[in-house]
Design a protein around this ligand. Structure first.
Ligand SMILES: CC(C)(COP(=O)(O)OP(=O)(O)OC[C@H]1O[C@@H](n2cnc3c(N)ncnc32)[C@H](O)[C@@H]1OP(=O)(O)O)[C@@H](O)C(=O)NCCC(=O)NCCS
Length: 258
């Protein structure tokens, strides 16, 4: 096992650079349900993003825990956070992934719930989306920035990404109202309404990940009192293919795929 209990390991990849004929090594490590989901996409680019994200997660799990990429049994139920069913020796492997057009990212941790979100930095966001994202105090902070300023749009997008990473770590996703959460600059959340029972909010934290100029990325985690530290690596599509083909992370095809 190469990950320790305080590390949150993040890998990201630009899928816009992946060839149109997706490397077969990516496809071979997926489970049957992942194949079914992948083939249901209408747009080829969405299918590519999906396959890349899921292959990247398997390669990262292999890198962290030494089990082959194709051997991980991951269960996904409708609307629920996917769980890793494969047991590991010294705890529980946790992961989460995100895909947005042309870019995917994955986080893996040990014994702590994790979530990740990414958005294109230039993505359009309606100014009135602030009422769906910001708490009252965040709204006041945002309103202090001139509405014509690009910094205001980017701050709003950043708040969205950070909150979504947190809610994905919690497993509730966007079923939880974003304005009920207040985030401070250090990534510590608090609840502006006590009516939402999601446990001790102070046990959670969010980090910004510097994954380059094109995308905003954030990771959320249940820190359990530990000093978690995210690390990030940008993975080139060819290196991922190499890892899956020649590295320790090459798995046999999953049983249900074979
Ligand atoms: C989860 C959610 C935030 C993802 O948002 P998104 O911006 O569309 O997608 P992202 O690319 O960032 O993340 C997608 C990945 O998140 C993971 N995911 C799915 N549901 C999840 C959940 N409840 N919590 C955390 N992660 C989840 C999956 O791995 C998914 O990957 P896949 O689409 O390749 O299978 C959004 O779909 C959502 O809020 N869903 C509703 C959840 C809900 O209502 N749950 C009710 C029961 S608790």
């Amino acid at each position: 096992m190469s990950i320790d209990r305080n590390e949150l390991r993040v890998w990201s990849m630009k899928t816009s650079e992946v060839p149109h004929s997706i490397p077969s090594a990516y496809v071979k490590v997926l489970q049957r349900w992942e194949h079914a989901r992948a083939s249901a996409f209408v747009h080829e680019s969405d299918r590519r993003d999906y396959i890349c994200a899921h292959a990247l997660r398997r390669a990262l799990l292999a890198d962290c825990f030494g089990l082959r990429a194709g051997s991980w049994d991951i269960e996904q139920r409708h609307l629920q956070k996917p769980i890793i069913a494969t047991p590991i020796q010294h705890g529980t492997a946790e992961s989460n992934l995100t895909h947005t057009r042309g870019f995917v990212a994955v986080v893996v941790g040990l014994d702590c719930a994790v979530g990740i979100d990414a958005e294109d930095r230039n993505r359009h966001i309606e100014p009135d989306a602030a009422s769906l994202i910001c708490s009252t105090s965040e709204h006041d902070f945002l309103n202090a920035i001139p509405s014509s300023s690009p910094a205001r749009r980017e701050l709003l997008l950043h708040m969205w990404v950070r909150k979504e990473a947190l809610l994905k770590a919690m497993g509730v996703g966007l079923s939880f109202p974003l304005p009920a959460i207040d985030l401070d600059h250090n990534g510590h959340p608090s609840l502006s309404h006590s009516t939402f029972a999601i446990g001790a909010i102070s046990d959670w934290r969010i980090w910004n990940i510097d994954a380059g100029p094109s995308h905003l990325v954030a990771v959320g985690a249940h820190h359990c009192g530990r000093s978690l530290l995210p690390t990030h690596q940008a993975i080139n599509w060819h290196d991922l293919e190499d890892m899956l083909l020649h590295g320790n992370s090459l798995g046999q095809a999953n049983e249900d795929y074979r």
